[in-house]
Each structure stands twice: as structure tokens, then as C-alpha cells.
Design a protein around this ligand. Structure first.
Ligand code: UT7
Length: 335
């Protein structure tokens, strides 16, 4: 058997798709006891997008994937793997990856969903990278897509104001290492954090029942203050670790693209690495927390605003339910 050569994987296209309907903080004031000032000050969120009833994660996921393929100049039949990080799949099974495969006509692909909550995109990117660098796949789609509005308790002001719907996708393929590509990734999981952020019912532990529905147990439960503490420590720590271990310092970073959960968590991570505001991608004001979709959506917005060019040093980081967290450092290789 011929020896395998290790390749370098890079992002070669990005795309996104969001629902048209905006839900502003003023709209939320009519639903729960809250106010615009509190939400903006504590989270940085001004509005979020909400999907129409009956629209599943596959719909925006497929649109984001099509946009990413167009950006990369890739045809659907060239895609050999579809990874879909999501906590809001269309159905518990089958995989949303398959539903998207059919919608986009990726006739030569295999695929699966990946559940790592807000870190799902980074875990998916690392999976794509491993497949490509080992020579098992040539073009991989990683599609973070969420309809978070489908699992929110609209009577709980602690959580319903935070999340939004949307999808972001990237094409990952082998790139000429002199152009850049993925340099390093650190990913972590710690199940002792499960008690702070989860959905109680609907899995195998607690099946759907009249009680589970009446008690809103099919929705996001979050102990906000606890998660906040761990998120600051996790995101700031892992970002600093990956920047240091690759010999970079704050000024080397062209764009820091963090998971968008709370502006104050982002600022804490930014301070730890020594970054100016101009080095940070912020979309939380427009989209809220879109879980696995937030990083690819922020990459897409940054790209369309002309904030990313070939060779730029990009640092991604995330923290989410699990707990899961991680950071990836790469040089930009998309047009
Ligand atoms: O993406 C996955 C990971 N998730 C995260 O990273 C989220 C981490 N957590 C957070 O971002 C923050 O903890 C929240 C934004 C969820 C909450 O902010 P906080 O500064 O930690 O507020 P708190 O929970 O400590 O609540 C402070 C006060 C409370 O009132 P009392 O008890 O001090 O009288 C809350 O009842 O704010 C009250 N409050 C609200 N007031 C107006 C909570 N939610 C609201 C609201 N509007 N929506």
C-alpha cells in the first residue's frame, strides 16, 4: 500500500442563511418581563432572527451550504462528506445531514450530525480537517444550522432572550500549505458541566409525556451565572493556550471569531489574548446566540464585509453545553 502523505486542510468557501423575520428586544418586552437596556447591557443582543413555523434546520442549512459551495467553486457532486453540527435537527433521527444531502444534490457524499452544542462547528471543522489530511475525503461541508426558537421556553426571560435561528457553512478541502490552512486546534469536553445547560426531555432518559410538555422540559435549561463563569474561563483559557503554543501574540491575529453567546464573555477572551476591538468579529447584536451556527455565520459576515483576505491569521473559539469548548487557529484560504 502506498504511504499516505499528510495534506493541509483549509476553508475554501463560506455561506450563510437566515430567516427574514426579526425579533427585537422591544418585541420581547411584549412577551416576557424584560427590557432593551438590560438585554443590551448584559448580553450585547439587539435583535435575533426567528424562523417561520414548520421550517427545520435543514432548510437554512441547505441554503448556507449552497452559498458556501458557490464561494468555493465546488459542485454538489464533488462533496464527499457532510457534517452537520446542530442541537436542533429537523428530527431526532434521521440525520439532518441526509436531508441536506438530498436538498443540495450531493449525490456522492456520506454524512452525519454532530452534537457538541455551541462548540459543534469547531468539532466539525476538526473532523473535516482529519478526513482531508488523512486523504479520506476531498471536499467536506461543515454546516452549523439551528432553529433555536423551536426549543425555547418563551416564558423564561433568563433564556428566551438569548438565542436566534440561522445557519452558516464552510467548504473544507486540501490547500497548498504555502497559502495557509488550518494550523492547530484544541478541543475539550467535560460532562460535569451537563447539569448547568441542557434539555431535560425528549431524549432516552425522559421520553415525551403530558407532564414533560406541561412543564416545558423540551426546552433549553440554563443556569446562566454558572455557565457564564465556566465560559469565560474556558474560552479565554483555550484561546490564550492555542495562540501561545503556536508562537503568536495578540498583534499577529488578523481576526478573532468567537462563538457569540455574550459580548462580555467575548470581551474577557479578547482581553486575555490582548486584542483590540478592531480584531474581533461581532454579530451577536444582530443574530443573538445561534449555537453551532454562530462561528460560520460570523465568518461569512466578516468575509462579505471585506475583513478577511488570503493569508490572514484567524482565531476561532467556542464554549457550550457539555461542557464543550475549543479553539482553532488557521490562515484564511477562501477567495
Ligand atoms: O452559548 C452557550 C453558553 N452560554 C453562555 O455562554 C451564556 C452564559 N451566561 C450569560 O451570558 C449570562 O449569565 C446571562 C446573560 C444568561 C445572564 O446575565 P447575568 O448578568 O449573569 O444575569 P443574572 O442571571 O445574574 O441575573 C441578574 C438579574 C436577576 O435579577 P435579581 O435576581 O438580581 O433581582 C435576574 O432575574 O437580572 C434578572 N434577569 C433579567 N432582567 C431583565 C434575568 N434575565 C433578565 C431579563 N430581563 N431577560
Amino acid at each position: 500500500m502506498a504511504p499516505r502523505t499528510l495534506l493541509t486542510a483549509g476553508i475554501t468557501g463560506v455561506g450563510m442563511s437566515i430567516p427574514e423575520k426579526r425579533l427585537t428586544n422591544a418585541d420581547l418586552e411584549k412577551i416576557v418581563e424584560t427590557n432593551d437596556e438590560w438585554i443590551v447591557e448584559r448580553t450585547g443582543i439587539r435583535e435575533r432572527r426567528i424562523a417561520e413555523e414548520g421550517v427545520g434546520a435543514s432548510f437554512h442549512g441547505a441554503k448556507a451550504a449552497e452559498a458556501a459551495m458557490e464561494h468555493a467553486g465546488a459542485k454538489p457532486e464533488e462533496i464527499d462528506l457532510i457534517v452537520v453540527p446542530t442541537v436542533t435537527p429537523d428530527m431526532v433521527f434521521p440525520a439532518t445531514a441526509g436531508l441536506i444531502q438530498e436538498m443540495i444534490g450531493a449525490t456522492n457524499a456520506w454524512g452525519f450530525d454532530l452534537e457538541a452544542a455551541c462548540s459543534g462547528f469547531l468539532f466539525g471543522l476538526q473532523t473535516a480537517r482529519a478526513q482531508i489530511e488523512a486523504g479520506h475525503a476531498k471536499k467536506v461541508l461543515v454546516i452549523g444550522t439551528e432553529i433555536m426558537s423551536s426549543i425555547l421556553d418563551w416564558t423564561d426571560r433568563n433564556s428566551c432572550i438569548l438565542f436566534g435561528d440561522g445557519a452558516g457553512a464552510v467548504v473544507v478541502e486540501a490547500v497548498d500549505p504555502s497559502r495557509g490552512g488550518i494550523i492547530d486546534a484544541i478541543n475539550r469536553i467535560d460532562g460535569s458541566g451537563a447539569k448547568f445547560l441542557h434539555q431535560k426531555a425528549g431524549g432516552s432518559l425522559m421520553k415525551a409525556s403530558r407532564e414533560s410538555v406541561e412543564n416545558n422540559l423540551h426546552t433549553v435549561f440554563q443556569a446562566g451565572r454558572d455557565v457564564y463563569k465556566y465560559a469565560v474561563k474556558g474560552m479565554a483559557g483555550v484561546t490564550k493556550e492555542i495562540v501561545d503554543r503556536n508562537g503568536f501574540t495578540g498583534p499577529d491575529v488578523d481576526l478573532f471569531v468567537p462563538h457569540q453567546a455574550n459580548i462580555r464573555i467575548i470581551e474577557a477572551a479578547q482581553r486575555r489574548v490582548g486584542l483590540e476591538d478592531s480584531q474581533v468579529a461581532i454579530t451577536i447584536d444582530r443574530f443573538g446566540n445561534t449555537t453551532a451556527a454562530s462561528i460560520p455565520m460570523a465568518l461569512c459576515v466578516a468575509n462579505s464585509e471585506g475583513r478577511l483576505k488570503e493569508g490572514d491569521l484567524v482565531v476561532l473559539c467556542a464554549f457550550g453545553a457539555g461542557f464543550t469548548w475549543g479553539s482553532t487557529v488557521l490562515r484564511w484560504t477562501a477567495p
